[in-house]
Design a protein around this ligand. Structure first.
Ligand SMILES: *Cc1c(COP(=O)(O)O)cnc(C)c1O
Length: 444
């Protein structure tokens, strides 16, 4: 087997664990055993069991710092998109490093505050903010509302008037560029529900300028997620710059431009632009504007800082397919089922080097949920035995946050690793907790 990360055969896809981890700074194999930072994965499993999400503190900070370093020549603010991974420990580490946050709900804002985040560095995105969401955020001193419609704008003005506190706003414009990503995570096309169309944007700004309690501070866009090329970002920036110039002509001045998130990561063998290449492509245009620049990265900061650990419970070879039934399922990690996402599955202990003789076969890695869509990976060449521990890599983003209790399964535990330390950052959910808030029907 060559040292390339993947080899596709008729039987399935082989992902070379050592070649893969060479691209994942948090992980490596030592004498055949998988480590995150200085902690052995089998040690983590011994302490916390499976399924279990594990995150590397250093990997999170390294990506955050490469954003701040790449944009150091500009006044900028990195607002981590909380929905990618909202564990308090993750938020706390980023808050301490000086990050701002991008939130989409009142619940996320409460988490940011609980984690020690600075509210004036928080931007509030989302298409459906309610009166009480807005009231809470404004009272707390939110940095900016990213507004997606005229009705939201008037609602914010109403709340601001009743609190007698002007609301800082930015309009989320839809630049109508094709992010060339999965349709479910593409948000910048004109038939998406997100944002205000490029054509209407200037008129809506003029309306906003007439409102008594609206303070226009910025303009924003977010065109999609898991973008691997820089061209759509440049195209979107060009469209936003056009608007900034039109607004200047009308006497509407802005303080910041917010280009959203969306930078892609390498899950298996994708080749996304690096943060530095991304910055180099945008910096010349951005530095001419003289505005503070915001970004809202989520996935790129946390995806490759995390793995989901799972144990092989049952091996079920059939005439057509071999199924490895593991103790994690689509309720723990829905990306494969929801987006046809391909994620790497690697063992916590390497099998013998010779894959022709070590029992390697093609396996579907599936959960125990009663849904055919309940799979974590399909047609993977692996050498498996029951009791083996597998790591699904790239699981730090949109993993735990999208998990559910379907089939009355408690959600996984979460662990943070830093250097040679490991610490529980969320307890495994107990099964009693799943129905503790329910009541039996009373017959009279
Ligand atoms: C989801 C989202 C982000 C983060 O996207 P990533 O692809 O995780 O970087 C940023 N901004 C907004 C408005 C979002 O909805």
């Amino acid at each position: 087997m060559s040292q390339s990360v993947t080899t596709q055969t008729e039987q399935g896809l082989y992902v070379n664990p050592e070649a893969l981890t060479a691209h994942l700074p948090a992980l490596d194999y030592r004498d055949g055993a998988l480590y995150m930072e200085q902690v052995s994965i089998d040690e983590v499993v011994k302490h916390y069991g499976t399924p279990c999400y594990v995150y590397s503190k250093q990997a999170i900070l390294d990506v955050y710092q490469s954003y701040t370093a790449s944009f150091a020549s500009l006044t900028h603010q990195i607002c981590y998109a909380v929905k990618a991974n909202s564990n308090l420990a993750v938020l706390g580490i980023l808050a301490q490093a000086g990050a701002g946050f991008d939130i989409v709900s009142r619940g996320e804002l409460m988490r940011v505050l609980a984690a020690g985040g600075e509210v004036s560095r928080v931007v509030f995105s989302g298409v459906g903010k309610t009166y009480s969401d807005i009231e809470y955020a404004l009272t707390q001193g939110i940095g900016c509302f990213n507004v997606e419609s005229i009705s939201e704008l008037t609602l914010i003005n109403d709340v601001a008037k009743s609190l007698d506190k002007p609301a800082p706003i930015s309009l989320r414009v839809n630049p109508n560029v094709d992010a060339k990503t999965h349709p479910y995570i593409s948000t910048g096309l004109k038939d998406n529900k997100f944002g205000i169309s490029h054509e209407n944007a200037v008129a809506v700004y003029e309306q906003a300028a007439q409102l008594s309690h609206i303070n226009i501070v910025g303009i924003d866009c977010h065109i999609g997620s898991q973008l691997t090329e820089v061209a759509p970002f440049v195209a979107a920036l060009d469209k936003v710059i056009e608007l900034i110039h039109s607004l200047r002509d009308k006497g509407i001045a802005l303080r910041h431009i917010d280009l959203g998130g969306g930078l892609g990561v390498r899950y298996i063998d994708e080749t996304p632009v690096s943060i530095d290449e991304f910055a180099q492509a945008l910096l010349p245009k951005l530095s001419e504007l003289g505005l503070t620049v915001f970004f809202e990265p989520g996935r790129s900061i946390v995806a490759n800082a995390g793995v989901l650990l799972t144990k092989v419970d049952v091996l079920k070879p059939t005439e057509h397919k071999n199924f490895a039934i593991v103790d994690a399922a689509m309720n723990d990690l829905i990306r494969p089922a929801l987006y046809q996402a391909e994620m790497a599955v690697i063992p916590s202990v390497l099998p013998s080097k010779d894959i022709d003789t070590d029992g390697t076969q093609s396996w579907d890695i599936v959960g125990a949920i009663c849904e055919t869509g309940d799979f974590l990976a399909k047609d993977r060449l692996l050498s498996l035995a029951t009791g083996d521990i597998l790591a699904i890599t790239g699981a730090g983003a949109y993993g735990f946050t999208m998990s559910s209790n379907y089939n009355s399964r408690g959600r996984a535990s979460e662990v943070m690793v830093a250097d040679d330390r490991h610490q529980l950052i969320r307890k495994r959910e107990t099964l009693e907790a799943l129905y503790a808030d329910e009541m039996l029907w009373q017959d009279k």
